[in-house]
Design a protein around this ligand. Structure first.
Ligand SMILES: [Zn+2]
Length: 439
């Protein structure tokens, strides 16, 4: 008894709960086909053993321990979770009432409302098979950090979020406000964070780090007074102090040249990218998050001429061996579709660019883990990695549109979707079960 009390006191001091350790749940998945995107091949009749949140073993002859929960996906193709490398989950602009102009969305919708929308969008993404989302700003006052924290602390289900906090740009960001809207109270903030001098650049990076960013996002050339290569180098240097990378929104060739010259981590959008820029990006290993919008998304028209340019640019990047990510920038409401369904529609552009299915799958998985910097912990279906994966009928190597029909999703070792139906109950908790210290 005395010993117990002593142990109790020590435990209380350390904040440890003295509770009988629940046995770690073991789950065995029978995978009829297992897609290895790295090799671009299918392995048949594999068993994936999951213990707690991680994969313990994978192979054809893995023994299933007594008492393990067995999930039969023997008629499915199991593959690693998908990555969306550029989205804005706490932003949804709409045809009504704002005519798809997100400046008005920003004026009308609070950070609190947008954070709740982000929670919903995150679940919609996970339902479509996206287990990692890079969330690159335009999320009001750190709704993206709140989303990541809520998921990581264990309140709600959602993809792993790599979020940028507020987009940092020269005065005005991507907005064109009136003088009275800037001089009185700077309406640009908090959708954008102005940084026009070296001191302001350092301080802006630090503000985002303090408030939960995991990557830094900058507007390279949103305004004629965009950032020079030296400005971008300063961003990269400051972000590197805390191990973070920098993504640049780029829309002009001059902006692309500065970003590439500075050695930026990733470039978002393709309007500034031509054959020469692609060759330089390939040389330097700079990620391309092209946000390659297809035609025919209701309420979000892309002209045939614009689409031809988008497709040719993606094809040119592929031919030049630029490291490609699957990225959409799909931050708008398309009636009748979930956020995940809008995002997966971007497969059309990749198919029209003639990119082989195996390479589309690599962009959506392996390259996604690399640009998110999770490739050593999360993504690949290998022993020791977090248990995130999905299953679809058919074989995506033969028909990549099989990805439109995700039937099963596992995230952190728990089943989020089974037989085509979301079953998220085990993800909801009345408290931060993974720890309130997660920031
Ligand atoms: Zn964007």
């Amino acid at each position: 008894m005395r010993r117990f009390l002593c142990l109790f006191a020590v435990s209380a001091l350390l904040g440890i709960t003295l509770r009988a350790q629940a046995p770690t749940m073991v789950t065995a998945i029978r995978a009829g086909r297992l897609l290895d995107p790295e090799a671009g091949r299918i392995l048949t009749n594999q068993i994936i053993l999951i213990e707690g949140t991680r994969i313990r073993d994978v192979g054809p002859n893995v023994a299933i321990p007594a008492g393990a929960q067995v999930i039969d996906l023997s008629r499915m193709t199991v593959l690693p979770g998908l990555v969306e490398a550029h989205n804005h989950l706490a932003l949804t602009y709409k045809p009504e009432p704002e005519s798809n102009i997100y400046y008005y969305t920003y004026v009308q919708e609070s950070t609190a409302l947008r954070a709740i929308q982000a929670a919903s969008n995150g679940m919609q993404m996970l339902n479509a098979g996206f287990t990692i989302v890079r969330d690159m700003g335009n999320n009001a006052l750190y709704a993206d950090s709140a989303l990541r924290q809520a998921i990581e602390q264990g309140w709600i289900p959602g993809p792993t979020i790599i979020n940028s906090g507020i987009i940092i740009g020269g005065m005005g960001g991507q907005f064109f406000p009136t003088p009275e809207m800037v001089k009185e109270h700077n309406i640009v903030y908090p959708e954008y964070l102005d940084a026009d001098t070296p001191d302001e650049i350092v301080k802006a990076v630090r503000q985002n780090v303090l408030f939960g960013a995991k990557v830094i996002k900058i507007c390279v050339d949103c305004k004629p007074y965009g950032y020079t290569a030296d400005d971008i180098r300063l961003f990269i240097k400051e972000a590197a102090k805390v191990g973070m990378k920098v993504e640049g929104h780029v829309q002009t060739e001059a902006g692309a040249r500065n970003a590439i010259d500075a050695g930026i981590w990733s470039i978002a959008h393709s309007t500034g990218l031509n054959d020469e820029m692609h060759k330089l990006m390939a040389q330097k290993g700079i990620w391309r998050a092209g946000t390659d919008t297809p035609m025919g998304l209701d309420g979000h028209p892309v002209s045939p001429q614009a689409y031809q340019r988008i497709v040719e640019s993606l094809k040119n990047a592929y031919d030049n061996k630029v490291p490609l990510t699957f990225s959409t920038d799909a931050d708008y409401y398309v009636a009748g579709k979930t956020r995940g369904e809008v995002v997966i529609d971007f497969l059309r552009t990749w198919k029209d660019a003639g990119i082989p299915n195996a390479d589309i799958l690599r962009a959506m998985t392996i390259n996604g883990y690399k640009v998110s910097e999770t490739e050593k912990t999360r993504g690949p279906i290998k022993a020791g990695f977090f248990a995130d994966f999905i299953a679809v009928p058919g074989n995506p190597l033969d028909d990549v549109d099989a990805l439109r029909n995700v039937q099963f999703v596992m995230k952190d070792g728990q089943v989020f979707k089974k037989d085509g139906v979301m079953t998220p109950a085990s993800f909801f908790h009345g408290g931060p079960v993974n720890g309130w210290r997660i920031r």
